[in-house]
Design a protein around this ligand. Structure first.
Ligand code: GLU
Length: 395
């Protein structure tokens, strides 16, 4: 029986990252020995100095509603962080704290997009970008890239994708799922194109900023002429191992920040008080305090690339940041493995789940149908065992 749900929800795809994580959990509960490399979630605990700040906030009776756009002390701390890490000048009126960067992105889309607007998505892109655009009845236009160019788009591709209907571009570096980091020069070359089209706003998702292995991430808003039409998105989840705390934020032109606050005021109100107090401590901490996690991710990246490199059919590049590898596995298309026809990345990802008990996420969800995403935010033992199983299955 079909239920009388709205067209809006019926048109919305399920988040494939969360769906795969839920499936892995379900199978584990049912007794299967599943290794989940599906969810992009640091496997570290939140550092003690941040937990202590949260405990202190509870003991100090922070229980009341918070200002919709966040505690002023947190917004001031975020301004300090933007200056320190990104050389960006924002004042607290330009900051809105949200329940995760995902809500920040949804807010921005809701306040800027009208039905029929076009949103440019350099592919691969994070699964929720397309869904959020769809919710706003906007069209998302993919700009494809391949592993051969390290999943980067060119200024010429950007230019060719722009139409008079283009209202926004969702830009993400370091990128989920590819780990790609654009250099400052590459940002500037894309900005030259955008300068010719002043109607386009840039959502610059910098959530993986601190998880980089060499190339220093840059910010769109740091480019002259881009600041006034860029919304810089960031959050606490990845760098501070705080995924479940749900704290994201934006730095934006004041009129956009005001609109996001209005939107949030009708949907969720201010973010959790305890998480916000802890966030003040996290944001003001020197990034060197969490570097041990980045160092560990870097070691795991080397190991995963070496081990996967031993499997015929995995085409790999070296991701510069985040904690994912995104191999091109199209060499397996058209093959039959364990009686199963592998015709696309969905089939391949399901094969790994069903026959190797390893959960990954299909590249289709990220607009890259030749690839699968493996998160290496898992223990060394789990990663070694997962890849051993994959190797055995495919050889
Ligand atoms: N951003 C993470 C991922 O891509 C968390 C899951 C989600 O919200 O999509 O795995």
């Amino acid at each position: 029986m079909s239920h009388p749900l709205s067209d809006r929800i019926n048109s919305l795809p399920v988040s494939q990252t969360l769906a795969m994580a839920a499936k892995a959990r379900e199978l584990k509960t049912a007794g299967k020995d599943i290794i989940s490399l599906s969810l992009g979630e640091p496997d570290f605990n939140t550092p003690d100095f941040i937990k202590d700040a949260a405990i202190e906030a509870i003991n100090q009776d922070y229980n009341s509603y918070t200002p919709v756009d966040g505690y002023v002390e947190l917004k001031e701390a975020i301004c300090v962080k933007f200056k320190r890490d990104n050389n960006l000048d924002y004042n607290p009126k330009q900051i809105v704290v949200s329940t995760g960067a995902k809500q920040s992105i949804a807010n921005i889309a809701q306040v800027l997009l009208n039905p029929g607007d076009d949103v440019l998505l350099p592919a691969p892109y994070w699964v929720s970008y397309s869904a959020i655009a769809t919710l706003c009845e906007a069209n998302y236009i993919e700009i494809p890239s391949t592993i051969e160019t390290d999943f980067k788009i060119t200024p010429a591709q950007l230019e060719a994708a722009i139409t008079p209907r283009t209202k926004m571009i969702f830009f993400n570096s370091p990128n989920n799922p590819s780990g790609t980091i654009y250099t400052e020069a590459e940002y500037k070359a894309l900005a030259v194109v955008l300068e010719k089209h002043p109607q386009i706003f840039i959502l610059s998702d910098e959530i993986y900023e601190h998880i980089n292995y060499g190339t220093k991430p840059f910010s769109f808003a740091a480019i002259e002429n881009m600041y006034d039409r860029t919304i810089t998105v960031n959050g606490l989840a990845k760098a501070f191992a705080m995924t479940g705390w749900r704290v994201g934020y934006i730095g934006a032109p004041e009129w956009i920040a005001k609109a996001c606050t209005k939107m949030q005021g009708q949907i969720t109100s201010g973010t959790n008080c305890i998480a916000q107090r802890a966030a003040i401590t996290a944001v003001l901490a020197n990034p060197s305090k969490v570097k041990f996690m980045v160092d560990e991710f870097k070691n795991r990246r080397e190991m995963v690339l070496n081990l996967l490199g031993e499997i015929d059919g995995f085409k790999l590049n070296i991701p510069d940041g985040a904690f994912y590898v995104f191999p091109d596995i199209s060499a397996f298309f058209g093959k039959i493995i364990k009686g199963k026809s592998i015709n696309n990345a969905n089939d391949f990802s399901m094969l790994l789940l069903e026959e190797a008990n390893v959960a990954t996420v299909t590249g289709e969800a990220f607009g890259a149908p030749n690839c699968v995403r493996l998160s290496y935010a898992a223990s060394v033992e789990q990663l070694q065992e997962a890849i051993k199983r994959i190797k055995k299955l495919l050889s």
